[in-house]
Design a protein around this ligand. Structure first.
Ligand SMILES: O=S(=O)([O-])[S-]
Length: 274
């Protein structure tokens, strides 16, 4: 049983900071963590969430590295992780995506991250907090199969599948090139992840009805299998998270992302706005 909903409001968390199963992880910049973090929050280096090896640095780390990470943060099967950052949610979303990919079931995103927390005048700390390690082994992970290049090549034209490209319009069109080739996967739909949050409201998620309407207009809805990607499945982890919050059951990240697809000479590429 999870302690909190997936989309967690700051005030709700503030009232339950003493929950024994709660683990708050700050995946933002370390300098900001040192200035201010949520009470009890542990700093987690974002780089541990990616494999970091070219040509597809966004792939999941090896099972042993994930198990080590989970041990270092003191994760237990019933731990409820609350993740936040200072960057609009992409780093936190990447952590939640990794937890999900490794079979961990209890997690939430703090709506708006540290900016929303500060905006609501909720308590902060400056002293670093350290985890009490646990013992997680690779064999204990329940790793889910990942969307990979082979799967996407076989399915990108399926009618009941939609590829949600979370990059900027320029990257999608191919006028900004971040790999050997620019452009997008033919048939993919572009909806920049940053359109999901409201900077005027401290990066809180836009109202769900607004997001749902905008996504449906693009053909992204829960009746389809939705695959999200960006350059390294960092920004698109947030798209994945938004889909989960909307209740999409069949939504997956493609961690190879454009760094893999755009650098592979054998993949089809489209350029332009659609
Ligand atoms: O966010 S990113 O993976 O496209 S660099």
């Amino acid at each position: 049983m999870s302690l909190f909903p997936l989309l967690l409001q700051p005030a709700e968390l503030a009232g339950r900071l003493n929950e024994p199963r709660l683990l708050i992880l700050d995946v933002g910049k370390e300098a900001i963590y040192q200035q201010a973090h949520l009470p009890g929050a542990i700093f987690l280096d974002y780089r541990r969430l990616q494999k970091g090896v070219p040509p597809a640095p966004g792939l999941l780390p090896e099972a042993e590295a994930i198990a080590q990470l989970f041990s270092d943060i003191g994760l237990q099967a019933d731990t409820h992780v609350v993740a936040y950052d200072d960057e609009g949610g992409t780093r936190a979303a990447r952590l939640l995506w990794l937890l999900d990919a490794a079979g961990h079931q209890h997690y939430s995103w703090l709506n708006g991250g540290i900016h929303a927390w500060l905006d609501e005048d909720l308590p902060i700390e400056t002293e670093a907090v350290y985890a009490i390690p646990s013992q997680v082994t690779a064999a204990q992970l329940d790793l889910k199969p990942q969307v990979d290049l082979e799967y996407l090549l076989a399915h990108y034209q399926d009618e009941n599948l939609v590829i949600w490209d979370a990059r900027t319009a320029e990257e999608f069109a191919g006028s900004r090139v971040m790999a050997a080739r620019g452009g997008h996967i033919p048939g993919a739909v572009n909806y920049d992840w940053s359109l999901l949050i409201d900077p005027a409201r401290n990066n809180r998620l836009l109202p769900l009805e607004t997001i749902q309407k905008q996504l449906s207009a693009l053909g992204i809805d829960s009746s389809k299998t939705v695959i999200t990607h960006c350059q390294t499945h960092h920004r698109s982890s947030f798209s994945w998270l938004a889909g989960k919050i909307l209740g999409f059951k069949q939504i997956f990240g493609y961690p190879g992302a454009w760094s893999e697809w755009g650098n592979n000479p054998d993949t089809p590429v489209a350029v332009g706005k659609d």
